[in-house]
Ligand binder design. Structure first.
Ligand SMILES: Cc1ncc(COP(=O)(O)O)c(C=O)c1O
Length: 362
């Protein structure tokens, strides 16, 4: 099948670019002695998880228990649930996953640790735990000075193994001066947290962090020994804005059709918020994606099934029925909206993947 034969809107993955992205990260991690445990919330496809493992990843990461149930099909020997798992049903399901692969859980409370310990004991399993601290995002994670206390609790609980420390540097989205300062602060914080943990006799075997915007600077953090980038496999407009990739490293694009030119200075495409997600552009950038073939156009607004593209500033001519490719702002959320995505090479459709982890939110 050719790309021209696909119905729109369709999420396309340029396989040459994706393969280069995967290889680049694997090489970087290998060259700097970093474990790579990619976050699979971006692609949600076990076959792609298997590819990451084949390229030397030490394991894979998911956010939710139901995602873990899907991603275990990749054959990974190691799965990190980078999210506190609460509630008996979820924990019992997770223990089943732990029967198939080694499971590690990131958590930030005694409550979550005790629940996990209870479920692990009941299931007769040992679960590895990473104590999460807040490195500046203000989302989850104990205060840096509370890491030792949390690690002690984890170490004292039956069926849990304290395996190290984790954080997510999601507050560093761009390499402007604020991003640079935050990165330097992160380095100091990591040194302090790891030092205190060691001094307390709690050796963090794993120090896990890393994101796509920060991936190429991970080796500047000496304490870090594991990175978990997710978006890098495809990249998106926000990754471009962060400075962590270029346009020709963006593997994912939305193939859309111009369905109306009725309003002057504007075209309507057949994808809106149900196709792209409503995620905004980092750093206050305008629009919901970019259209490289129409420089100066602005994907200004969306309804559920309509995308409003302002064409006043572009020289490109548009007509009804014309097809365009749009690089979305945030590919991870867009993937979650699509039942199938298409792997292409040139104008050939080589793969149709079911997004097996889409909608797996529990
Ligand atoms: C805990 C955690 N680790 C890793 C990642 C991957 O980061 P990125 O999307 O920048 O690749 C995320 C992304 O949301 C995350 O929440």
């Amino acid at each position: 099948m050719t790309v021209a034969e696909l119905e729109t809107p369709a999420l396309l993955i340029d396989l040459d670019i994706m393969e280069a992205n995967l290889a680049r990260m694997a090489e970087y991690a290998g060259a700097h002695g970093l474990r790579l445990r990619p976050h699979t919330k971006t692609h949600k496809i076990p076959e792609l998880g298997a590819r990451q493992m084949a390229l030397g990843a030490a394991g894979l990461t998911v956010a939710k228990t139901t995602e873990a149930e899907v991603m275990v099909r990749s054959g990974t020997k190691d799965l990190l649930i980078a999210y506190p798992v609460l509630g008996r049903k979820k924990l019992d399901r997770l223990m089943k996953v732990a029967g198939e692969t080694r499971v590690t859980v990131a958590l930030d409370s005694e409550y979550a640790a005790r629940e996990l310990s209870g479920a692990a004991q009941k299931a007769g399993r040992e679960i590895a735990v990473l104590a999460e601290f807040d490195a500046g995002l203000g989302r989850v994670g104990v205060k840096p000075e509370e890491v030792v206390g949390l690690a002690r609790v984890v170490s004292s609980l039956p069926s849990l193994k304290f395996d190290g420390i984790t954080f997510y540097p999601g507050h560093i989205k761009q390499w402007d001066s604020a991003g640079e300062v935050a990165f330097q602060e992160l380095g100091k914080l990591l040194k302090k947290v790891c030092g205190e943990s060691r001094a307390a006799g709690l050796e963090p075997r794993i120090v896990s962090g890393g994101s796509t915007p920060t991936w190429f600077r991970s080796h500047e953090l000496p304490e870090l020994n594991e990175i978990r980038p997710g978006t890098y496999i495809f990249n998106d407009r926000n990754t471009m804005k962060s400075g962590a990739c270029t346009l020709d490293q963006c593997a994912a694009s939305m193939l859309v059709t111009v369905v109306s030119t009725a309003v002057e200075g504007q075209v309507i495409i057949d994808g809106g918020s149900k196709t792209f997600s409503s995620d905004l552009c980092v750093g206050g950038g305008v629009g919901h994606g970019c259209i490289p073939e129409a420089p100066g156009s602005v994907f200004r607004r969306m309804n559920e099934e309509h995308g409003y593209v302002d064409i006043a500033g572009t020289e490109t001519a548009f007509e009804i029925g014309q097809r365009l490719r749009v690089i979305p702002n945030h590919i991870c959320v867009a993937m979650n909206l699509h039942e199938n995505v298409f792997g292409i090479r040139g104008d050939q459709v080589e793969k149709c993947w079911r997004v097996e982890g889409r909608g797996k939110l529990q």
